[in-house]
Design a protein around this ligand. Sequence first.
Ligand code: GLU
Length: 441
Amino acid sequence: MTTTRFAPSPTGYIHVGNLRTALMNFLIAKKAGGTFILRIDDTDPERSKQEYVDAIQQDLEWLGLTWDKIERQSERLDRYNAAAEKLREIGRFYECFETPIELDLKRKKQLNMGKPPVYDRAALNLSDDEKAALRAERGDGHWRFKLDQQRINWTDGVLGDLSIDAASVSDPVLIRGDGQFLYTLASVMDDIEMGVTHVVRGSDHVTNTATQIQMIEALGGTVPTFAHHSLLTGPQGESLSKRLGTLALRDLRESGVEPMALLSLMARLGSSQPMELRSSIEEIAEGFDVDQFGSAPTKFDVQDLYPLTGRLLGETDLAAVADDVAAAGVPADQAAAFWDVIRANITTRKDIAGWWELFENGADPVIDDEDKDFVAEAMALLPEGPFDGESWGAWTKAVKEATGRKGRGLFMPLRKALTGQSHGPDMSAVLPLLKVIKARG
Ligand code: GLU
């Protein structure tokens, strides 16, 4: 049984970088008919906020990334206690008392001597009396997992065969001096107890994975399959870490990006498979393959989402946008005709209301100086209306005969005079919908 999880910390809004992780884990579970868990990593009571838990759920729901189960780490502290107990029993857990300043000094010394800044395990040599004295002086210590100093190997779903020397990594701190469990312990215990079979996350977690593999083994769990996707960069390859705050999913939603445009792009960005615009998450899941992703940083340009959104809306039936069309004030009996006329000419749903407003109230004409006389002459030839699908053709034919203009020189000034724009739907479809023609003067 395939089980995956998306494990955000509720310390902020989730962004496109998080989405990549969420989507990949979701798709693996979906494709296999397995279970997708939303796990809220809220072991840090100071930084975790309920408002972000709610926001994360809203963002995932907007995208249709629904979870089969939700778990919160803050409700599982007894399980993390049990894990800590077990690690103590088997001699893989030890208490340390160095202050952050002392640790920093040790690191600096090591770096000065050209050595890697790995924790020197000094606390392992403390006698019980020494520990008691330190505890009396400094309070409870923090607890580190004692790594087995050998190579840790795994075959990564994206990065291939990996091997990390445990001796080059500090024994990870799992419990802070104030008793707070840290993410690593919680995550390992959850992955074991929730039966997680596949973990996809960013390549910034590779070293964590190495230590977590040893911890899972020490706790008697089954090591899941790991895959580490590359991190996103901006369009020029620049780091996105500082800009991710501006790429929050809720901002993209506000700006009119369509969920399926975003998901279609994200499911293929950085993969050897070409982007295909899909209209359902099931279709995306069918073609999804984490092995096809490369290890190189993945370029992401938020601007790519708008043409994709426009394309998607062009292929969208009225039923899926009926609420927006009604909200724009379009009467039900005109909705289908209206949508057919505009759908290939909008970028986001936000453009719907603008077109209806234009049809209802007319547009301020745009008339270039050299076209003034031509437009005036054409307007004189425009019948009163109402117009039908033939009216535009008949009118422009008459204008052509009267003025001798043809092609773009004939059509463009008329489009701009009637709609105020140089782009838009087929004018023979627009004319019957136009209730006011301000260019008539
Ligand atoms: N809360 C962790 C993070 O957001 C989860 C990492 C993981 O997938 O284990 O980085």
